[in-house]
Design a protein around this ligand. Structure first.
Ligand code: GLU
Length: 416
């Protein structure tokens, strides 16, 4: 039988496993298995050549028992409602595992942003916000950047919202440019949080990371900063990196600053001086100490999991590993730092951004780093202790921690 790669079925199957161990009552389990609300809408955009293109958009509010829904918006040609549902579920568990007072949400638009002019992109972003404005707000649901969305897009969306409601409300969206109420340290927060948990994992595993090797799959926001910070903070030597067009490898190490500049100038990491080419598939199977899957879902599956040689797989992407692959990695002793723990740094600094917006007073970057480190370290410890206590892999342990917190909020509210 071929493996089920539907991200939402995967998210539900992961929850089911945790629900059984936690012995969740059937109604609670059923309630946590599906989004509480979802919105589907059409966004017409007048294109530069005069014709009107109709885009399909989604916003899913998975669960807001612990606080307002929170999560990014992806612009992607492969977007589906089930992907957005899965990502909103993972946001719910993510905010719970780092224990910030927020729920989980996610949005998406089916489009290829690389084909859009800046004007078309602005119209699409404003059109997206016009459709969701009545359902979002700092006490309801707070979007943020994700795959192919960025601070400029957040600025347009914030502006559209404020024009509609007639007052300033920067906390309606996070990941904004600094000049419009963004937080210091939000740009590299996803990767930085991941690097902090890799540091903690190495400590419990007794691995000295200094001079050890790493590989980064995916070279967007999370991947590029993972390269830089793995070097800077952990002393790792990153020997291979890849993007959607392919990858590069140099056993002597790839310097972060030069590789990132090469990608910015050429649109891809390919052709970096002194490096050989490598495919994404080959990169994942390299014998490195730390692997950072930092792109999209379902890259480590039953097909290749048996060939993963990394000691630690630090999941900066959402959903990179399938349940069948998880079982194989656990069996083979690959230490997985599961996505909604490992990449929770982004939403944690988004929460700091909301807090700063609320009193319009901004923190220095050192304070952001220190508080992020505390949150990530505490979350790692909770998951690690659960994994040891229950003799389960880290993903199941992270679910046990997060779902218990989510269920308790639902229970205390008297919903179920
Ligand atoms: N899109 C990021 C994530 O998947 C950040 C979400 C946020 O900051 O709300 O965690």
């Amino acid at each position: 039988m071929s493996e089920n790669l539907n991200p939402f079925s995967i998210a539900q199957a992961q929850l089911d496993e945790a629900a059984e161990i936690l012995q969740l009552e059937p109604a609670m389990h059923a309630f946590l298995r599906n989004p509480m609300r979802e919105f589907h809408f059409l966004i017409p955009v007048r294109m530069d050549d005069g014709h009107t293109e109709i885009f399909k958009g989604f916003r899913v509010q998975y669960n807001d028992a612990r606080g307002p829904n929170k999560g990014g918006i992806r612009f992607h040609f492969d977007e589906t409602i089930d992907t957005v549902r899965a990502l909103s579920a993972w946001m719910t568990w993510k905010t719970a595992v780092v224990d910030i007072p927020l729920g989980g949400g996610k949005g998406g638009v089916i489009c290829d942003p690389r084909e859009l002019s800046p004007r078309e992109l602005e119209q699409l972003s404003r059109g997206y916000m016009r459709n969701i404005a009545r359902y979002v707000g700092l006490t309801k649901d707070v979007p943020a950047p994700d795959v192919y969305t960025n601070p400029q897009i957040m600025a347009w969306m914030m502006d559209e919202y404020e024009m509609l409601v007639g007052h300033h409300e920067p906390g309606v969206i996070t990941g904004k440019p600094l000049e419009l109420g963004g937080s210091a340290g939000r740009g590299d927060a996803t990767a930085r949080g991941g690097v902090y948990v890799v540091r903690e994992a190495a400590r419990v595993l007794g691995i000295d990371l200094q001079g050890k090797t790493a590989a980064v799959q995916g070279y967007g926001n999370a991947g590029t900063f993972a390269h830089k910070l793995a070097e800077e903070i952990l002393g790792l030597k990153v020997i291979a990196v890849s993007d959607s067009r392919g990858g590069i490898i140099n056993a002597n190490g790839l310097p972060a600053a030069e590789t990132i500049a090469h990608k910015a100038n050429n649109g891809s990491v390919g052709g970096f001086p002194g490096a050989d080419s490598i495919t994404n598939e080959e990169l994942l199977e390299l014998d490195v100490t730390v692997l950072f899957p930092s792109a999209l879902e379902n890259v480590i599956t039953a097909q290749n999991a048996g060939r993963i040689k990394a000691k630690i797989s630090a999941e900066l992407a959402n959903g990179p590993t399938t349940p069948e692959a998880d079982a194989i990695l656990y069996e083979n002793g690959v230490y997985v730092l599961p996505d909604f723990l490992c990449n929770a740094g982004g939403v944690t600094v988004s929460y700091f951004e909301m807090a700063q917006n609320a009193y319009q007073y901004y923190w220095p970057v050192e304070m952001v780093h220190e508080r992020l480190d505390q949150k990530m370290t505490k979350a790692f410890q909770a998951v690690h202790e659960m994994a040891v206590a229950k003799q389960v892999n880290n993903r199941v342990a992270a679910y046990l921690v997060a779902v218990a917190r989510g269920a308790q909020a639902v229970r205390l509210r008297g919903w179920v």
